[in-house]
Design a protein around this ligand. Structure first.
Ligand code: NDP
Length: 334
């Protein structure tokens, strides 16, 4: 079996040296455990946080430990009553070809007529993040303007499409012309804006003539700076991620904008609420039911970026933080 471990902690942008590929024997499950073979490994921006030992909502990965990650896997050997050889399960298998996992911590997947990889994509954690964060905190109303960046990714693309299903206008922000075309042509965003454009902030202002009612925060950085002056009274801001800042080392430069922000929070009566998707796990059954129906009737679409081979995971992950992925990034492991 093969696995990728955290070799060292990155300073700033991760590099190949922070990862190490190791080989070893296939592990054996104990009572209550299951041996799985990983088929698809999900690569997600939160993994950058686990590589760092800065204080966060989850424990960091230890040096020498396998990189963690959600996987779609096949049961090879089961010592748990609920699973048998051949079952397809959702497991926190990590960046490896084989994993021993607790039977109580996995579940069988049912993606219906969709490919099994969607269990870590549109029908899995990222799709659920969009659904729960947007509907619970964002609460988009018909006719309102919803803005989201990283909009071609699995979270952002679902945010925009669900916003439109609720009758809102969706403005998507993405890097480059190809991604902007995808936003308009495949995901049905009302407007697509390239954040690399020199006049990005002016384009965003022109795209939001009635201001912004919901800003689903995925990135932070200069996108937040362009968004904040456009926020309407009573705007809602689900703070989901700050991917533009994950590779930052040290404080951002420039003036302290916190007093200005607090003034806006008060005078515009903003709701800014951070969340981790697991906070809303009670909504999971409802999400699965609704998302499956939207996929079946074509009202939600998704794009996957499938990279072949576990050994290519580090490079793909480094690229994810810089926008090199085109849709939900998954590694086809076996
Ligand atoms: P994506 O597949 O969208 O990948 C990240 C994208 O971020 C890149 O493709 C890139 O897109 C964009 N990006 C990177 N740097 C910048 C920048 N400086 N400015 C603007 N955009 C940038 O990721 P996901 O859909 O999986 O995740 C989206 C966000 O949601 C992340 O912040 C992630 O951490 C967060 N998240 C939070 C969860 C929670 O529970 N709170 C759960 C799951 C995800 P582009 O080329 O368009 O710039």
């Amino acid at each position: 079996s093969r696995k990728i471990v955290l070799a060292s902690r990155p300073k700033g942008r991760p590099s190949a040296e922070n990862f190490r590929l190791e080989t070893g024997p296939v592990p054996t499950p104990a009572d209550g455990e299951v041996l799985v073979q990983v088929k698809y490994l999900s690569l997600d921006p939160y993994m950058r946080g686990r590589m760092s030992d800065a204080k966060s909502y989850a424990e960091p990965t230890k040096i020498g430990e396998v990189m963690e990650g959600g996987t779609v896997a096949e049961v090879l050997e089961s010592r748990h009553a609920n699973f048998k050889k051949g079952d397809l399960v959702l497991a926190r298998g990590g960046w490896q070809t084989h994993a021993v996992v607790k039977g109580d911590a996995i579940r069988k997947i049912d993606t219906g007529s969709e490919p099994i990889s969607t269990a870590v994509g549109v029908l899995g954690m990222p799709g659920f993040t969009a659904y729960a964060g947007l509907l619970t905190i964002g609460q988009p109303q018909a006719g309102e303007t919803v803005v989201v960046a990283a909009a071609t990714g699995p979270v952002g693309s679902a945010v925009g499409q669900i916003a439109r299903l609720k009758g809102a206008r969706a403005v998507g922000i993405a890097g480059g012309a190809k991604k902007c075309a995808l936003l308009r042509d495949k995901f049905g965003f009302d407007v697509a804006i390239d954040h690399h454009a020199p006049d990005f902030a002016e384009q965003l202002k022109a795209a939001c003539p009635d201001g912004i009612d919901v800003y689903f925060e995925n990135v932070g950085g200069k996108v937040w700076e362009a968004v904040s002056p456009l926020l309407n009274n009573f705007a809602r801001i689900p703070v989901c991620g700050l991917v533009a800042e994950y590779n930052a080392s040290g404080q951002a430069e420039g003036p302290d904008r916190l007093p200005r922000l607090m003034r806006d929070v008060l005078s515009k009566r903003l709701t800014i609420r951070g969340f981790i998707q697991i906070d809303f796990k009670d909504q999971m059954p409802q999400f699965e039911k609704e998302m499956k129906a939207w996929l079946a009737d074509g009202s939600v679409k998704y794009v996957e970026d499938v990279v072949d081979g576990l050994e290519n995971a580090p490079e793909a992950f480094i690229g994810l933080l810089e926008g090199k992925n085109f849709g939900k990034l998954v590694i086809k492991v076996s």
